[in-house]
Ligand binder design. Structure first.
Ligand SMILES: [Zn+2]
Ligand SMILES: [Zn+2]
Length: 382
């Protein structure tokens, strides 16, 4: 089901005093082909999709609104899709984001991460310069949003990172009708088909039953993945305390304060007890903690890792992962192609990963597609 949005502003018409009828069919005569797409203001106004939004070294820039989306360098005005560190950076003058994304940024960087912040609720619109923007659930992590940028009746949606499957820790992705859909391509190869996440959690629970004397160390990114793993464990009926690495405490507390039930959590500190206390326990920590002495203190630990990359056996092996859990907060191949078919935009701009395969798929399926070179985002931040 589509989200329907109010009509967009028509700034160039207002500015120039022209009255343009800008429906799709009436436009075709005035459209201009260019490197990023067709013009959408009609003859005389010369604005093209890439003039509404285009990549720059600092990030995706919107000239008529004078703002950036997920800028990788400090800017005057930033619109942030979600709290992952490669998208949400400190040091901007003004930041517009969902309340939860702003809360997460404040937790990570301190309340003074920006000179000023402004909350925007899902589904509501706001005018910035000559454009109207609105935020819509992306289903990626708590607070994550797609950003719709709208001008003169045409709309570009920058989806940030997103996934389509049901996640007990955040609101599901909502498809938004648009002319240009900017999609991530982290797992954009036909080989990537994420299995059912409930089955993956069962693998972990079965291992705990099978090896009650061993600690189970689950590597999971601190924002989103860790809480999703814990929430899925709870959903599967696991009611024992889950032990968490200190790096996850603040975000887990925040999720709990937002009403996401993670059940009993305890710090995974050895000082307070002895090795034996962790026999059969599930301990969730950031992937980087695996390399630490921290991990080696637990009794005969089984190394698990919750990531979409665990579908590649070689990666699991390289990381010394005994129990790979294929759990991703990004779309797999089917979710990407289904989403594009569902939205059916005039153009698809592809970023953040394997652009080539998805570009090719779009061409074969008669969608105009272009890889968008954006720098500074991590492919592994899943
Ligand atoms: Zn992300
Ligand atoms: Zn990302």
């Amino acid at each position: 089901m589509f989200v329907s949005l109010p009509a967009c502003l028509e700034p160039p018409a207002r500015r120039t005093g022209l009255s343009l009828t800008l429906n799709r069919t009436g436009l075709s005569a005035g459209r201009q082909e260019n490197v990023f797409g067709k013009g959408f203001y009609g003859t005389g106004t010369m604005m093209r999709f890439d003039e509404l939004l285009h990549p720059t070294p600092k990030g995706l820039y919107c000239p008529p609104g004078d703002f950036y989306i997920d800028p990788v360098k400090p800017v005057d005005r930033a619109l942030i899709t979600h709290g992952h560190a490669d998208h949400a950076r400190p040091g901007h003058k003004a930041v517009l984001a969902t309340r939860q994304t702003l809360d997460i940024m404040a937790l990570r960087y301190g309340a003074d991460h920006a000179d000023s912040t402004e909350i925007i609720a899902y589904g509501s619109s706001r005018t910035i310069g000559d454009v109207s923007v609105s935020f819509h659930p992306a289903g990626h992590v708590l607070g994550s949003a797609q950003i719709a940028v709208c001008c003169n009746g045409r709309r570009i949606v920058a989806s940030g990172d997103y996934k389509r499957r049901d996640d007990p820790t955040c609101i599901s992705f909502e498809p938004v009708q648009c002319d240009v859909f900017i999609t991530e391509a982290t797992f954009a190869l036909p080989v990537f088909r994420h299995p059912d996440d409930r089955q993956e959690i069962q693998k972990l629970l079965s291992s705990v039953v099978q090896f009650p004397e061993r600690a189970h160390l689950v590597g999971a990114y601190a924002l989103g993945k860790a809480q999703r793993v814990i929430a899925l464990l709870r959903e599967a009926g696991y009611d024992q305390p889950v032990f968490i690495h200190g790096a996850m405490q603040k975000l887990c507390d925040y999720y709990q304060s937002e009403g996401i039930d993670l059940g009993p959590l305890q710090p995974a500190t050895l000082e307070k007890g002895n090795k034996g206390d962790f026999a059969g326990a599930i301990i969730v920590g950031p992937p980087s903690a695996f390399a630490d002495k921290w991990a080696r203190r637990f009794p005969d630990p089984i190394a698990a890792f919750a990531s979409g990359w665990m579908q590649i056996r070689q990666r699991a092996k390289q990381r010394g992962v005994e129990l790979p859990l294929i759990l991703s907060d990004h779309c797999d191949w089917d979710e990407l192609t289904t989403t594009i078919k569902e939205i059916a935009p005039e153009e698809v701009w592809i970023t953040h990963g394997r652009e080539d395969a998805l570009t090719r798929w779009c061409e074969l399926n008669n969608y105009t597609a272009r890889p968008l070179s954006l720098v500074g985002y991590e492919e592994d931040g899943d």
